[in-house]
Design a protein around this ligand. Sequence first.
Ligand code: ZN
Length: 309
Amino acid sequence: MRHQNDEGRTLPSSPTGRIPQWVHDEVAHALAPPEPWRSWTPREPRRRKRRNWSNIGGAALVGLGLVGSHVGLLAAPPVAGASAPPNVPSPGGDSSDDPLGTPMTPPAAGGSYAFVQHQDDGVTPVAYDPCRPVHYVVRPDNAPVGGDQLVRDAVARISQVTGLQFVEDGATDEDPTGQREPFQPDRYGDRWAPVLITWDTVAKQPDFAADVAGLGGSRALSVGDGPAVYVTGAVDLDAAQLADMLTWPGGAAVVRAVVLHELAHLVGLDHVDDPQQLMYPTTSDVLDFADGDLTGLAQLGAGECAPDL
Ligand SMILES: [Zn+2]
């Protein structure tokens, strides 16, 4: 069932006439205190200004401000005769009838994994729509030399594992803010805003002063009784800290691991209490997705298609 306002715009709604609403447990998640996720000590550091660095996962949503006050963003029902522009894009976007890719077969070994959010059944993860590309833009400001390629490679890896198809929409000058709107028609047109990847400074992101190397997360929407689906997200990387790491022996692999970890948060993977996984809060030398990570990511690539969003 759909509502139409006087402009003929179609807004997705539930059979009972409700329009999409933000997933509430995301708010609860956002209110959880930030937790450091991992520390890492190089074996033979050339320089070691920081003994530990850490990162924030699902709780990073707090830092990114992707959730919380937006609960009511889509809650205002369309009013007959109202001329205010809708705050959601036309449904469907560039979605296809079938998933665009196939998740990697998870390893038989299994391993620990956890999801940032679940559907109402408490089991099925909230995920991106596999039937449409995950668009992303990069704000190049402050990026270290080679940073753009590093992000591209990490995105290729998360795409390979999840089967989600990522499309790079180029550069943006959008600032990461605590109140990022998921629908920004003036900047991005009639679609959900693309995932925003930024290289940020301590001045702009104070969390980076507290041994946080990056932040990542996404926002979910549901239409009526349909599944919650991520529609956009953000990854914010500590430009200075990661640039420094790149100068360490083997540092590029560590920076890549940070970006992979954040991208895993982006698509819905949470921390686990298993030091063999990349999503472990404090690990030493796991630099790529391990068995548990891969198992969880495969599920995150197999979400339901969501043509109504
Ligand atoms: Zn994390």
